[in-house]
Ligand binder design. Structure first.
Ligand code: MG
Length: 397
């Protein structure tokens, strides 16, 4: 079967969200980042602002010099995270195999979707249509036989682009492309290529074997040789881009009461678990983060015998970490919990605790599903699994 990889990348994401929410910015250059007059850089610039040469990571003072009339906005990360979640949920209506790269960028395994949705162009338009309808934002989509071609495809037609590269078009697609578009091209390599007079992939491809190796070393030479021929991995992995899922809370006033700490951990564990289930992830490492009065911060980790996305297990482990001693006995300013070290839940089902029966597992999973549905309809915190409070291992008095 032909492998198809998609790469979806929102256009000027932060700036587009702000423009969407504030129509008077529509025809203006919009720069999200530090405020002019302060230190800091551009986080995102819309396409109008880019015509002034403004781009992300540019010092804000330089952006201001180029375009003092632009709209300068501070980033609203909570809002972007909300929109990002919406976008990933839409991507998951296309394929369950979504690999996040960042808040606004993902690889998708589109293999075998022809019968369900249609040929690659139709799948691509469908991704764009669903995201635009639900969020009002435009996305650029590249589709090709592997990750490299998909990514170069989405870059090629930005903004609001769709590019499908069939396997027999790969070489022609790459040939005129600047070598600067290839992956893993650092400043040093760029200099070497410039020195050798290599500007395009076609020129790179025409080099005699061994020539690149002489100048770049064998590892880089193999990488660029393969890229020039459009050879790359087609593997897309769930959740790879995300290393951990965690939630934390800073208290208004520092807290000593274990009841409050445990209740807070419970709430955070439920949020982490629900998020993990939504992304079909199970983590084998639970992390507790705790910050005491005076900003002293500690993290403690525990590796589980089997990965989990069950809030009861996460809470139990986090609470055990809290109680295992070797933490200062001071009021707590912030507490947080996270899971990491992924295993897919679909192909490698979460293993039950040693004493759990298989039937109980099934019931547990249905229960967790119900919680997610209720949370989806009525909001988080409506329904939580009861977790027995453990005897207090530490006393704060
Ligand atoms: Mg983007």
């Amino acid at each position: 079967m032909q492998r198809w990889v998609g790469h979806a990348d929102l256009d000027a994401f932060y700036a587009s969200v702000e423009q969407r929410d504030c129509p008077e910015y529509r025809d203006r250059p919009v720069v999200v980042g530090a405020q002019p007059g302060h230190r800091g850089v551009v986080a995102a610039a819309n396409y109008r602002a880019r015509t002034f040469g403004i781009h992300s990571a540019m010092p804000i003072a330089e952006a201001y010099r180029r375009c003092p009339n632009a709209v300068y906005l501070r980033p609203d990360m909570d809002k972007y995270a909300r929109v990002s979640r919406e976008i990933f949920q839409i991507l998951e209506t296309i394929t369950p195999v979504v690999e996040p790269v960042s808040v606004d960028e993902a690889y998708l395994d589109l293999t075998g979707l022809e019968k369900l949705i249609g040929p690659p162009e139709v799948i691509g338009s469908e991704i764009k249509r669903r995201i635009l309808e639900a969020t009002g934002l435009t996305v650029s989509v590249g589709i090709g036989p592997n990750r490299l071609i998909a990514k170069l495809g989405s870059e090629h037609r930005k903004p609001d682009g769709l590019m499908v590269v069939f396997p027999d078009q790969v070489l022609a697609f790459l040939a005129p492309m600047p070598v600067a578009n290839l992956r893993g091209l650092g400043r040093q390599t760029q200099k070497i290529f410039a020195g050798l007079g290599i500007r395009t992939v076609a020129q790179l491809r025409a080099l005699p074997p061994g020539y690149l190796e002489e100048h770049l070393g064998s590892r880089a030479a193999v990488s660029f040789h393969n890229q020039a021929l459009g050879i790359a991995s087609a593997e897309v992995v769930y959740g790879r881009g995300r290393k951990s899922i965690s939630k934390e809370t800073t208290f208004e006033a520092d807290v000593r009461e274990h009841d409050i700490l445990q209740d807070t951990l419970h709430k955070l564990a439920a949020e982490v678990a629900a998020r993990a289930r939504r992304e079909q992830l199970s983590g084998a490492v639970v992390t507790l983060k705790i910050r005491f009065t005076g900003f002293e911060t500690h993290t403690r980790q525990r590796k589980l015998p089997a990965p989990t996305h069950d809030e009861r297990v996460i809470l139990r482990e986090a609470w055990a970490l809290f109680n295992q001693g070797n933490l200062p006995r001071k009021p707590v300013r912030l507490i947080g919990v996270g899971i990491s070290d992924w295993q897919q839940t679909e192909t490698e089902p979460m293993q039950a605790d040693l004493f759990d029966q298989p039937q109980k597992r099934e019931i547990d999973d249905r229960l967790l599903e119900t919680i997610d549905k209720v949370a989806g309809r009525f909001g988080k915190g409506m329904l939580q699994l009861g977790c027995k409070k453990e005897a207090r291992g530490r006393d704060s008095s």
